[in-house]
Ligand binder design. Structure first.
Ligand SMILES: [Zn+2]
Ligand SMILES: [Zn+2]
Length: 81
């Protein structure tokens, strides 16, 4: 009989992803990482492109055309011979 089903996955561990404070059991944590960090669960708030969570920051800073806060420094590097 499970009481809560939450502590059934082993010792709770903290998610190691940057900025993520989730703490849960091993199996749940794996699933959490898959669902929240590794899958295409995130979309860019500006252009709605679906992204891996760990690619969002790169996308936002370099690739997103719709992001008003994008760094524009890269533009001059466009020449490539
Ligand atoms: Zn996490
Ligand atoms: Zn975007």
């Amino acid at each position: 009989m499970k009481k809560h089903g939450l502590l059934d996955d082993g010792t709770p561990q903290r998610c190691g992803w940057h900025g993520c404070r989730v703490t849960m059991g091993g199996r749940s944590l794996n699933r959490h990482v898959l669902m929240n960090h590794l899958d295409f669960k995130t979309s860019c708030p500006y252009c709605k492109l679906r992204l891996r969570t760990d690619h969002v920051s790169v996308h936002l800073s370099k690739r997103c055309r719709a992001n008003p806060a994008k760094e524009v420094k890269e533009v001059k590097k466009a020449k490539r011979v």
